[in-house]
Design a protein around this ligand. Structure first.
Ligand code: 13P
Length: 252
């Protein structure tokens, strides 16, 4: 059975290194015992080296929340994929809606995705509509977002791609999208990928769901939503809730 993937996006939390270490340690304790779940934790950059030092390779992976698409140079405040790879980071969230809100475009997302593929790293490409209505315009929006974000990517690189479908209206909300709708969206996303890269590539690309996931709704999202994993925000910085979530979705 394909392993389920749970990615914790810590966003700009917690505010001290001590807390970050404590949270990571508690996740690691649970992750060690999981049979069918791959855990990726994406802390703020500043905590990555310290957390990598406390980790053993196979229990848990560390990802970042963004990169700059250039490798090195005069880009004040930026961090490159090359630097993260050197540390041992294998995954990077790209195009999160909170970054798009700060000016990230499909064009810069495409460059970042390509920069990661060139280094053999895995982008967790975030896509998602801001609004849904009966006209179905969100489907066209998503199709364009996927096509534009992957416009530099050839078939040979696509094996490293992870897609995270996060409807913007569900992020930070009280309630997640209905699992039946998640199912429809995962089929739609795969169909777009089939048209772009062919059937085999599309079915082997993990599609995750994100937006108001917690330990209570996670199993139903898996069973009815037919997705490969979850991208978790708030619940990933709640050590008890995240531990419960990981245990709940670990089915053998
Ligand atoms: P919440 O789980 O807090 O809704 O956030 C989702 C998210 O943005 C993960 O990237």
């Amino acid at each position: 059975m394909k392993k389920r993937m749970i990615v914790g996006n810590w966003k700009m939390n917690p505010i001290t290194l001590e807390e970050a270490k404590r949270l990571f340690k508690s996740i690691k304790r649970v992750a060690e015992k999981l049979k069918s779940v791959t855990v990726v934790v994406c802390p703020p950059y500043i905590y990555i080296p310290a957390l990598l030092n406390t980790r053993s390779e196979f229990q848990i992976s560390i990802g970042a929340q963004d990169i700059y698409f250039e490798g090195q140079g005069s880009f004040t405040g930026e961090v490159s994929a090359l630097m993260l790879k050197d540390l041992g980071v294998g995954y990077v969230i790209i195009g999160h809606s909170e970054r798009r809100e700060m000016g990230e475009t499909d064009e810069s997302v495409a460059k970042k995705v390509q920069a990661l593929f060139e280094l053999g790293m895995c982008p967790i490409l975030c896509i998602g509509e801001k609004i849904r209505d009966d006209s179905g315009s969100h489907l066209e929006f998503l199709k364009n977002q996927i096509k534009n974000s992957l416009n530099k990517v050839s078939k040979k690189h696509i094996g490293k791609l992870i897609i995270a479908y996060e409807p913007v209206w569900a992020i930070g909300a009280k309630k997640a999208m209905e699992p039946e709708n998640i199912y429809e969206m995962s089929i739609f996303i795969r169909k777009v990928l089939v048209d772009m890269y062919g059937y085999d590539e599309a079915v082997s690309t993990p599609v995750l769901y994100g937006g108001a996931v917690n330990f209570r709704n996670a199993t139903e999202i898996f069973s009815k939503g037919q997705i490969d994993g979850l991208l978790v925000g708030r619940e990933s910085v709640n050590s008890t809730g995240f531990a419960e979530l990981l245990k709940a979705v670990d089915v053998s």
